[in-house]
Write a protein that binds this ligand. Sequence first.
Ligand code: AMP
Length: 403
Amino acid sequence: MAYEKILVINSGSSSLKFQLFDMTTETMLCKGLVERIGTEKAHLVFTPTGKAKYEEDVEAPSHSEAIRVVCDILVDSRFGVLKDFAEVSAIGHRVLHAGEEIKQPMLVDGNVKEIIRKYSLFGPLHNPANLAGIVACEEIFKGTPNVVVLDTQFHQTMPPEAYMYAIPMKFYKEDHLRKYGFHGTSHNFVAHAAAEFLKKPYDELNVVICHLGNGSSISAVKNGKCFDTTMGVTPLAGLMMGTRSGDVDPFVVMYMARKGYTPDQIDTILNKESGFKAMNGIGSADMRDTIAAAEAGNTDAQNALKMFAHRVALYVGGYYTLIGGADAVIFTGGIGENSFEARKMIVDRLNALGCFIDEEVNLKTRGTVAVVSTPESTLPAIVIPTNEELMIARETLRVLTQA
Ligand code: AMP
């Protein structure tokens, strides 16, 4: 059986993003978003490839109705995307967390759903939403295979020396506390694209990948496998992010608790009120706003940018050493692909590794593949746009064709 059309679902707590691919040519047929699910103001944004964006208010009190909205728009004759939603041969779902229990993309069954439910503990916002998206698809696309692709999956090859925390072992054995890593689909896509660009066999690829966006993480890829990454049990660890603190001394958490903040309040502070939003003096989580404020002379914003670049360079240097030298350092994600300012600040801190910015190329590189380091650099810096949805569609196809 040919699996031509694959729908990719990225289900969040109050939104549901989707893209439909024709996998015979890997082309995106359309993309869209149902936002504010569960409110009176649910809204659909839909863009068929090559046509104008379409928007309307919709009824979507739950994920199930949101999926129904998606089905209806896919077969709406005004857009000509599908004649019948039975043409969707499989659905790939982005899922945040499954601990160590799902290491590969998999067909959904009762056990897979149970594991996703269990790891809501580590993904209280994402996992229930991911599950709701899966259940809704099972109800509406009856008989169509559903495949899960985990955010953690690419990082499952890390050795224990990278993923263990030096805390009493029972917290690993009984509570599953260890580093898992996230953005795996993006790191996986970019690693394969890098091997192709560098003309290297994939299993000989050594790169440090910086996925820099609203959420940011870095991975060290050694011989095509993830060797270490910056995020932890959850996506809170590692780099400074839009609203997340990244690494702090765990004492900070104890201190806040002793001051009377509850676990939920501390969670909110570190996940939603920290990072750029806390540091740039303008209360915005956005890189563009931070850069504009820094250029206007705001010293908090200038300092926030330096903190970000400092920490990225710290990890790139460490990972470069751990994997025995790298073929390249790769930039991806909204910031990595688009912000020449951020890339320059980071690469200027990598000079000791033989990586120097090419000002001219860097300045004009936005969202395209390009080497942004000078030709003399011994460590090239390369921009490679990510495509998580296409990677999920590829992985879904792989599961189905192997089944
Ligand atoms: P993402 O989460 O990958 O969508 O990335 C979002 C981040 O990318 C936000 O902080 C944006 O400000 C940033 N970003 C997008 N475009 C640009 C740009 N042209 N220059 C600087 N930052 C950008």
